[in-house]
Structures are given as C-alpha cells and as structure tokens.
Write a new protein. Structure first.
Length: 269
C-alpha cells in the first residue's frame, strides 16, 4: 500500500470541500512510496520525525502547517538551515508528510472538535449533533477554578490562562475556535457571544488581549459569572489528531498507526 493509497482511503470518508485551493496536500516525500506505517500529530517537529523513525512509520499526517506559513510555500526558505535539515531528515528516511486541515474542519461534526470533546469527557454535553469548530456544551455546574483544573489535567497542560473569578459558578462553555484581530465587526462576535445568557465561559485557541479579555475582566469585577480559558492553539487541537489516528487505524488495519503529540512549544518562567 502506498502513501497515496492511504490518503485516498481517508479522503473517501469526506464530502467534497466547499471551496478550492485547499491546503490539504503532500508537503514532503513521494506519494507512491510504500507506506510502512502512519503517525498523526498536530504539527511537525524534529522530535515527531524522530519518533516516527523509532516507530518504523514513514507517513506523517499533520494538521497544522509544516513549513511556517498557512500555505506551506517553501520558495522563500531556500538556504534556510532549519528547513533544509527537516527536508534532509525526511528524505533520509523516505518519509512523506500530508496535511489534513480543511477536511477535518469541514466535516460535521468537526473532527478536531470530536477529539477535543472526547479528551475532555464532554461529548455527552454537546448541544448540537453536527457541530463545527465552534460549539456549546452545558456541563454540570462547577467553579471556574475546578473547570480550569479539569481542562489542565485532561489535556495534560503545563499551564493555561484564565480571566474571571475563580470561584464563579459556571456550566455553559463555548468552544469558539480562534479569536483573531480583524479591525472590523468580526471583532465584536466573541464579546457578543459571551454577553449572551447562553454562555458563561469562552474557551478559544487564541485570544487578542484588547478585544474580549477586558470585557471578561470587567464583567467579573462587576460580579458577573463570565470567564475565559485559553490553553493554546496546539494544546487545544492536538486531541483531534489522536482521534485521527483511531480513524486511520480502522481504515488501514494492516498498517501500524500511532499518535505522536508534538507537545506544548512554550515553557514558562
């Protein structure tokens, strides 16, 4: 079975994407090489390559960019030592890298979120069946402190950022994807979402300090049970690639399939 055969089996499980110019493609290697096994991870790192070598697998399926921009354009990396060493390692072990980003997020339910909810033990609390990357869960009431500790323990986090009163009673959580600066009306949406009676806590991948964060702090200082928890982009999405490993293992039972977490890229002082 070739790398392309594995990917074809995976792509057959998805509906066609509703847009062109997807970033889902091979980023390195020869698609026609024989596949010895599959490793899934959120983002390619040197340690993930080393782990794939140790496991005897030569196809790595990633979710995020491999070469430092969303489109994985490499023209600008000629002569870049890190890029060239990554390519040398991949070529030396006849490894291929394929990205599964758009298909996972276009699926319903969103496959990254499926993994996140499974990891957190929240699947039964989801409020809609065919949820996307943004979804609501209603949990048994707890404190913000207990909720943050649960997330830390289940996602194996070294740290996280929380805004709000740690003793606030909360239950309605909005996993809301990315909060980016947009310099237009889009910037209002996270605050509008949290200000509704349906949401107590925002749980995004990224945050912008000058949009919803001051709103949350002010709401908490007014005694409102509003909060925000931020674990980090890779930390939050990584469980989706554990789910992906389980899915691929069912599609190609004749091949070894492993999940190799890239881990938190940050350390804190």
């Amino acid at each position: 079975m070739t790398h392309q055969n594995v990917i074809d089996k995976l792509l057959a499980t998805y509906a066609p994407l509703p847009f062109e110019n997807s970033c889902d493609s091979f980023k390195a290697g020869n698609p026609q090489d024989i596949c010895t096994g599959v490793v899934t991870t959120c983002v390619l790192s040197i340690d993930v390559i080393r782990e794939a070598v140790r496991l005897g697998c030569n196809l790595i399926i990633v979710h995020e960019p491999t070469f430092f921009t969303h489109d994985d354009d490499t023209d600008w990396l000629t002569g870049n030592t890190v890029y060239e060493e990554m390519m040398r390692m991949l070529a030396g072990h006849r490894m291929a890298v394929w990205r599964n980003h758009d298909h996972m997020h276009a699926a319903r339910p969103d496959e990254i979120m499926v993994g996140v909810l499974e990891e957190l033990g929240w699947t039964q609390y989801v409020q809609e069946k065919d949820y996307g990357f943004r979804t609501l869960v209603t949990l048994p009431e707890t404190t913000l402190r207990e909720l943050a500790q649960h997330i830390r323990d289940r996602l194996n986090l070294s740290t996280g950022r929380i805004v709000g009163n740690p003793d606030a009673r909360v239950s309605r959580i909005a996993l809301c994807g990315h909060i980016f600066p947009s310099w237009n009306a889009e910037e209002r949406k996270p605050t509008q979402l949290l200000s509704s009676e349906d949401v107590d806590v925002l749980f995004p991948c990224e945050i912008i300090d000058w949009t919803v964060v001051p709103y949350v702090r002010n709401a908490a200082q007014l005694g409102m049970n509003k909060a925000l928890i931020q674990a980090g982009h890779f930390n939050l999405e990584e469980p989706g690639m554990r789910y992906m490993a389980k899915k691929i293992a069912q599609l190609v039972p004749e091949l070894p399939v492993h999940y190799a977490p890239a881990g938190d890229p940050y350390f804190f002082v």
